[in-house]
Design a protein around this ligand. Structure first.
Ligand code: GP9
Ligand code: MN
Length: 626
């Protein structure tokens, strides 16, 4: 056949290109579709998966040719194959894809000893058959026999350039399934599923590059403005609350998409959260507590909870800054003898939690693989809350005490769907299906909460545990303002929209007097509040929150958008409102608040982007020397 082709050099060349490209495409498609479990849910997703290797193949092979012609193409083929295979091995062991910060774990693969045989499979040789074929085509078919198969550098350049529109098409197509795919920096399964494994690595390199640049140019002096600012704003925690929960276990229960407006509210004459409505009377309940998350959603709330630093404006710090140095709650109380854990029945890679929890100093993460997740016990996003709760209680009873355990529910997540037999209330009747269903999942979550708290109260843990329940962020976005207005019976202007960002916060435990607090605060304040209750001296001065019980506290909460609520005002998108009445007031009344918001967010960003906590000890020593 090749002999015949000899006459037509151009078509011969095209054929070689075609075979080489097609072999790699087939292999990538097989690995992505057959070895990785990427949960392809519909034909559009399957088509994206089949399309996404193309841009990387053009880029990789084009670059190879551009650098070193025919040999460059072969080198690219071999290197690309190795990259795929290392990921296959890594995936089998960790059920995850390699990131640059995780390269250390790739090295561990070599040291796995006995278990390396578990991740190697005899059929893996088929993943290299094509490498032999490519070597034969590109090396042994000597130019002397086929004079004209000599790829030109220029061709390499053209191929690499073609990769750009291919990638843009891929991205636009993927966005039909997932909006803001790259900026929201979702979990790696989603990235690989949508842009393919090789492009995912390129993305990871770019992300890492940006991070490193910011870090490289940072120095310890940059921490000083933040330290000064925080020193100035410092307030004394409430001494009456100091140590009321000393030595106790802590359960932080993060309720998915739970907003304050559902509390003590009804639909069709039925309470949406009957259990929580009663439970809140048993502890300290905060009525003006806000979420402060942005694109990182749940992960941002976790970031604030443990660091008292703001999340980022773009992307999720959990994803982009998991390699930073932190001095987070788990690390601090871990040193005081606490066992620190997370329980959440989702994939451990979601929000990069498996990596970030290590950075924050958690001892253990019980993720989906640690729960008995079956089809019957799952719906929508996965494991139904009722089962998550009962399994988690069993796990907690086994933990070494005292423990600090964060639990994150899942069922009340967009698109808010439930099996028929779990619907305890009729759908809503507003113009938004999303809001109508949200009422049902909220009601379900409350029932699951009831089962959990009642069981927990009967357990031995109850007397020795502080239970902190909060909503992670909104469930109903601005897009459903009209429907929300229909339900609440009022117009939702920007003030009302801001007030809808309140999420419940309830602190329950011995020593916590049942009371309602109208303090204005947010997730950034959780850490100092918890530390004070535990009586732990938290020496990390870089915290933007303040004890919610503090008498000295100035009412203030700043959102990631730079909006704020203070004791008197709510400042939203440059408009100013009286916080109590919601009346719009003169803009200058809010100038001070906006300025503080801007300054505070910039300082927090400088710390995260510059990885400045690594200089903490150094800077403190300098301060002491003065
Ligand atoms: C996923 C869960 C939901 O594990 O935390 O994430 P979200 O989309 O709410 O950030
Ligand atoms: Mn969430």
């Amino acid at each position: 056949m090749f002999e015949k082709m000899k006459g037509s050099d151009a078509s011969f060349k095209k054929m070689i290109y075609f075979i080489v490209f097609a072999m790699f495409w087939l292999k990538m498609t097989f690995i992505q579709g057959g070895i990785f479990t990427l949960d392809i849910e519909n034909t559009n997703q399957a088509a994206i998966l089949a399309f996404n290797p193309l841009s990387s193949i053009f880029f990789l092979f084009g670059l190879g040719i551009l650098i070193a012609g025919r040999r460059g193409l072969l080198s690219a083929y071999i290197l690309g194959s190795i990259l795929l295979y290392v990921n296959v091995l890594f995936y089998r062991e960790y059920n995850d894809f390699i990131t640059i910060p995780m390269l250390g774990q790739v090295a561990n693969l070599a040291g796995l000893g006995g278990s390396i045989t578990n991740i190697l499979s005899a059929t893996d040789v088929f993943l290299f058959v094509d490498v032999l074929a490519a070597t034969f085509l590109l090396i042994y078919l000597k130019p002397s026999r086929f004079q004209r198969f000599i790829p030109k550098r220029k061709e390499g350049l053209i191929l690499a350039i073609i990769a750009v529109p291919l990638f843009l098409i891929n991205l636009a197509w993927a966005q039909t399934e997932r909006t803001e795919l790259l900026t929201r920096a979702f979990d790696r399964n989603l990235l690989v599923k949508n842009i393919g494994l090789v492009d995912y690595h390129i993305y990871d390199v770019v992300l890492q590059g940006q991070t490193e640049m910011k870090k490289t140019f940072a120095d310890s002096n940059e921490l000083v403005p933040a330290l000064n600012y925080l020193n100035e704003k410092k307030v004394k925690p409430n001494p009456d609350m100091t140590g009321v929960a000393e030595g106790k276990n802590v359960i932080i229960l993060s309720l998915e998409s739970t907003q304050t407006f559902v509390v003590d509210n009804e639909l069709h004459g039925q309470e949406l959260t009957p259990y929580f409505n009663d439970l809140k009377e048993e502890g300290a309940y905060f009525t003006n507590f806000y979420h402060q998350v942005k694109q990182g959603r749940t992960s941002d709330s976790e970031f604030m909870l443990d660091n008292s630093l703001y999340g980022l404006n773009r992307g999720a710090a959990f994803f982009t800054h998991s390699g930073n140095e932190y001095e987070a709650t788990p690390e601090v109380i871990g040193e005081k003898g606490y066992t620190t854990t997370n329980m959440h029945a989702n994939d451990k890679t979601f929000w990069n939690r498996n990596v970030m929890y290590d950075s924050l100093g958690y001892d253990e993460y019980y993720s989906k693989e640690d729960y008995e997740v079956t089809e019957e016990k799952s719906y929508g996003w996965g494991y139904l809350d009722e089962y998550f709760f009962s399994d988690s209680l069993d796990k907690m009873e086994e933990l070494e005490q005292p423990f600090y355990n964060k639990m994150i529910t899942l069922t009340n997540h967009y698109p808010f769907t439930l099996p028929e037999d779990k619907k305890l209330i009729e759908e809503g009747e507003t113009s938004s299906g999303t809001l109508n269903r949200f009422f049902q999942t909220i009601r379900y979550q409350d029932e699951a909460l009831k089962q959990f708290v009642e069981e927990f109260k009967k357990s031995d843990l109850y007397d020795d545990t502080l239970l902190i329940i909060y909503g992670d962020h909104f469930g109903i976005s601005e897009n459903h303002q009209k429907a929300m207005g229909e339900y609440l019976g009022k117009d939702i202007n920007s003030y009302e929209q801001f007030q809808l960002q309140r999420v419940p916060l309830l602190i329950l435990g011995e020593g916590i007097e049942p009371s309602k607090y109208d303090t204005v605060g947010g997730q950034i304040d959780l850490r100092p509040t918890i530390m004070n209750l535990l009586g732990v001296e938290d020496e990390n001065p870089v915290q933007f929150g303040h004890d919610l019980f503090s008498e000295e506290r100035k009412d203030m909460i700043i959102t990631r958008d730079g909006d704020f609520a203070s004791e008197e005002y709510v400042g939203v998108k440059e408009s100013c409102f009286d916080r109590g009445t919601g009346e719009e007031v003169e803009g200058h009344a809010c100038s001070e608040g906006f300025e503080q918001a801007e300054e505070e967010l910039a300082l927090s960003d400088s710390i995260v982007y510059g990885d400045l906590l690594r200089y903490l000890n150094e800077t403190e020593m300098l301060e002491e020397d003065k």
